[in-house]
Design a protein around this ligand. Structure first.
Ligand SMILES: [Mg+2]
Length: 146
């Protein structure tokens, strides 16, 4: 075995041990609702009067998935040399629509009108950036500015 193979083999062995320890750590730091069906069902039942949980799950998973689809197109254009044609632009338009569809599901899940969510965003950003975007205001925010 040459030096490079020896080092690679050693690193693989070390990595295997570390990843197994990490997997145990992950299991220890995972909630019951994330690991066990009955616990999840109980948690969903606890939450059912607070929000529309089926819509909340649909919105959460859907926004993430559709945002990924949007980002995938950007990634291919920006980093992988894909040509930016009208087809890609149209595809991104469609993905923005998909994100919007799931975003409205999130509003409905929490009992918000879409307009009030937009207004809240405007209020937050006008307070954070009274003179327009400034890096220092982005980096150091007031308490509670999320
Ligand atoms: Mg899509």
């Amino acid at each position: 075995m040459n030096y490079a193979k020896t080092i690679t083999h050693r690193r693989e062995k070390e990595l295997t041990i570390k990843i197994n320890d990490y997997a145990e750590f992950v299991d220890e730091t995972t909630s019951d609702a994330s690991k066990h069906h009955i616990a999840l069902i109980g948690r969903l039942d606890d939450l059912k009067t607070i929000a529309n949980i089926p819509r909340l799950l649909t919105a959460s998973v859907g926004m993430l998935a559709e945002s990924g689809e949007f980002a995938e197109i950007s990634k291919k254009i920006i980093f992988q040399g894909k040509e930016f044609t009208e087809n890609e632009r149209f595809h991104m338009k469609r993905e923005l629509g998909d994100i919007l569809w799931y975003w409205v599901q999130g509003c409905k899940a929490l009992g918000f009108e879409p307009e009030e969510v937009m207004q809240e965003n405007i209020n937050k950003l006008e307070k954070r950036y009274p003179n327009g975007f400034e890096v220092h205001r982005s980096e150091s925010r007031e308490e509670g500015d999320i």
